[in-house]
Write a protein that binds this ligand. Structure first.
Ligand SMILES: *Cc1c(COP(=O)(O)O)cnc(C)c1O
Length: 380
């Protein structure tokens, strides 16, 4: 009888949930017994706890990371005629949130090592219409915030951190989300802090902005049935808040485990001709994704899939080449780093519950592929 083959999923939500299952069941039962399903105590407490975690004064729970970004922009009254500069290499929610407000997303290419905003190109993209810069802390690594904040200060711009992949990351000791005017987090299930559905959070040190977002997420109400503005229904779900309060207590330990896995990948894969992710000297990344780079990406992905190793591609089509953004008028060749990397990036299994043995299995399988591949190409 042959043993079951080793399987390494890209992410394992069961492994995260099982140890917490009883505590979560009890919390969900508590909410249901209270019949308090909209905002209420669980959301208020989670907001306080998440604000403290991020070293900020205010947190406002919303229904997704996308809503968090959009409502921040609306709170700053950014809309038609305004430009918001962000990274070409990001998830489409970043640019969609800008477009929803009527403002124009102005893209700049990313640094080829960190895949975050290229500072020189950012500077060149600033026009009299620019209202805000939206750096994306991609893959769990903060953008280079100091020069961004300096430029923003010089040009009187708002800085909105897209921290949807960076819960707990640090930049020169400062928490992701605590450096700009405001920041957006997502609790999509696969994020470092994930709910049992959609969820998001706005964090800020600005009480006026926190107040504005609180109204925008809840029909523009400051008081029930008194609507000061045309707000939305974008509240963080109370059951999700109850789940997230439990998970937040484990976030630092989960992020530390991710870092350990990243170090092991780095150690085992180094010197094999594939490009490994670079952790900038300013950053303590939280490794939302562990993204390698190789010209043989598609072959490697297929090879790993045959051997039951899950991977992902973040992102196969850059935002400026998406049909949905055709109106922006960008074309192939506009952002070479982003376009080139789209064909070469591969995200390896990464989640806290991975084990050193599984990381080693993934690394060994990649090395076997590389050896085969080199041999094949030497002969061919
Ligand atoms: C996940 C994500 C978002 C959007 O979050 P949702 O909760 O899915 O709406 C925005 N920006 C980035 C970079 C993300 O990874």
């Amino acid at each position: 009888m042959s043993a079951e083959p080793v399987r390494v999923p890209f992410i394992d939500l069961t492994a995260q949930r099982l140890p917490l299952a009883q505590e979560i069941d009890e919390a969900l039962a508590r909410v249901m017994r209270s019949n308090s399903y909209i905002l209420g105590e669980e959301v208020a407490l989670f907001e306080q706890e998440f604000a403290a975690y991020c070293d900020v004064a205010h947190a406002v729970g919303v229904d997704s990371g996308t809503s968090a970004l959009e409502l921040i922009l609306r709170a700053y009254d950014i809309g038609p005629g305004d430009e918001v500069i962000t990274a070409a290499n990001t998830f489409v929610a970043t640019t969609f949130a800008i477009s929803y407000t009527g403002a124009r997303p102005v893209l700049v290419d990313v640094d080829p090592y960190t895949y975050t905003l290229d500072i020189i190109q950012l500077q060149e993209a600033i026009t009299p219409r620019t209202r805000a810069i939206m750096p994306v802390h991609l893959f769990g690594q903060p953008a280079d915030m100091e020069p961004i904040l300096t430029l923003a200060h010089q040009h009187n711009l708002i800085v909105i951190e897209d921290a949807c992949q960076a819960h707990g990351a640090r930049y020169k000791g400062r928490r992701a989300g605590s450096m700009g005017h405001a920041a957006a987090f997502s609790f999509y299930p696969a994020k470092n802090l994930g709910a049992f559905g959609d969820g998001g959070m706005v964090v800020t040190n600005d009480a006026t902005i926190a107040e504005a977002v609180s109204k925008l997420r809840n029909y523009g109400q400051s008081e029930k049935y008194h609507h000061d503005l045309l707000g939305y229904n974008r509240r963080l779900d109370t059951l999700q808040a109850a789940v997230l309060r439990i998970k937040l207590k484990h976030l630092d330990e989960w992020n530390a485990a991710r870092s350990a896995h990243a170090r092991l990948y780095q150690q085992l894969l180094g010197g094999n001709g594939i490009r490994l992710p670079v952790e900038a000297n300013y950053s303590e990344a939280v490794w939302h994704l562990y993204v390698i780079r190789t010209t043989a990406r598609d072959e490697l992905q297929a090879y790993l899939k045959e051997r039951h190793i899950g991977t992902g591609i973040h992102y196969p089509v850059p935002v400026h080449l998406q049909p949905a953004h055709r109106d922006l008028g960008y074309s192939v060749g506009d952002f070479p780093v982003t376009e080139h990397s789209a064909g070469e990036l591969l995200s390896l299994p990464m989640y806290a519950e991975l084990t050193p043995a599984l990381v080693a299995y993934v690394a060994d399988t990649i090395k076997a592929f590389l050896a085969d591949h080199v041999r094949l190409h030497a002969v061919g």
